[in-house]
Design a protein around this ligand. Sequence first.
Ligand code: TNX
Length: 492
Amino acid sequence: MKEVINEYNVVPLPVTMNEQPGRFYLNSDVPVVVNASQEVKNIASSLSTTVLDVAGIKLKPGGELHENVPTIVFDSIPGMEKEAYKLSVTPQQIKITASTPNGFYYGLQTLYQLLPVAIYSKERARNAEWSVPCVEIEDTPAFRYRGAMLDVCRHFASIDYIKKFIDVLAVHKMNTFHWHLTDDQGWRIEIKKYPKLTEIGSQRSETMVDYFYTHYPFKYDGKPHGGYYTQEEIKEVVAYAQSKYITVIPEIELPGHALAAIASYPELSCTPDSTYEVCKLWGVFDQVFCPTDTFFQFMEGVMDEVVELFPSSYIHIGGDEVHYGNQSWFTDPEIQNFIKEKKLVDEKGLEHYYLRRAADIVASKGKTMIGWDEIIDAGISPRKAVVMWWRHDRQHQLVKALENGYRVILTPRRPMYADFTQFGAHKVGRQWAGYNTIENLYNFPEPISHLMKGYENQVMGMQMSLWTERVADFKRLDFMVFPRLIALAEAA
Ligand code: TNX
């Protein structure tokens, strides 16, 4: 018999992994024994189903542990960390140990990675040899939040693509999908109380080519672009993600990046008599939500439906890049009155007022708000908000957030933005503030860890974010995200 060289292609690499000689062979005499909850039994039976579908091997269900019969065991013990697991493979036994279904799920992902890659196939794989190299693994994540964000507003992504994206996250033990659902260029989530958000807000007539001033006058592609998710589809994605131990966090942007909503309901703007279009340009725009009762009622109504759809305890409310430049904030008597009445210092004070109200609205629905790092100065209680740090060039904002007691998720543009090019000379992607190499991701957060010293408990984790202004199809999407996302999974 030819000697098999054991290979251990486990990504991300477990905390400890001791390679051992020998292999465990799968065959129809192998029973699967589960000493754990029903939920873990379901995870175990997903292994049996997969092995049957792909390998054509029918593992034996249930039963007792027999000596001298090679067995697969799922063994629950108390006291391990939520996402931790142990995996032991000897010629006699495959044993996954954990305290929670999350841990068992991750142990199973590692087991799949140790099997022939054909285990991921959708059909019967003919030539694979169904065995697992012997090993002793103990594993637990470095961070409790391991995420990826996808912007489906600049370019829409189908439910099928989203599910595939979630599949890849799950295989690499990522646990959060941040779904950027509303922006200037499209509103992508059905809200029953406000049907025009999708009737009008989900469609734009055409899109600018390249960036501001690449062409002057601006060039447009002449092609309508649109799409949205029905509430049924959202539920389907949330349930799908949940089955893979991934939380879906929706982002509903306010008060900026709101043109698609304003085009649908101009009364949400400070100039309700104007007509607006779903934005055809890329950039940051002056038209933002107006701080009227109409707007706050709208936000309540939207949030009521959003919290019903997403079991996540966090709701992202955006909060970035609020421009009120030449629009009416500085001159509009109503706005100026509002600022006086509420005793706000100035226009910035008004921006912060929105964010505090948003935090309260989200809290009143039993959830915690996440906002981009602009929210740091808004005076929100750190109990009520989590900060997503994105401006890598403003390290003091990260430090301030931590000092002020906020929990923080790290997604600094460098190196976490997947819309940045992967090499200096690369043609695909943006390069306006440098480029993000795979090495940068592997090394993260080392270069900034001194800033977080003593505040490690407040650092929830890290996220790669893909903005899709220049990512119009799935091939390019895959190209921008992979393999860098896998490097992030490794680091997290
Ligand atoms: C800034 S990051 C934005 C996005 C853009 C992105 C492009 C953030 C919170 N806002 O609206 O798509 O830059 O890299």
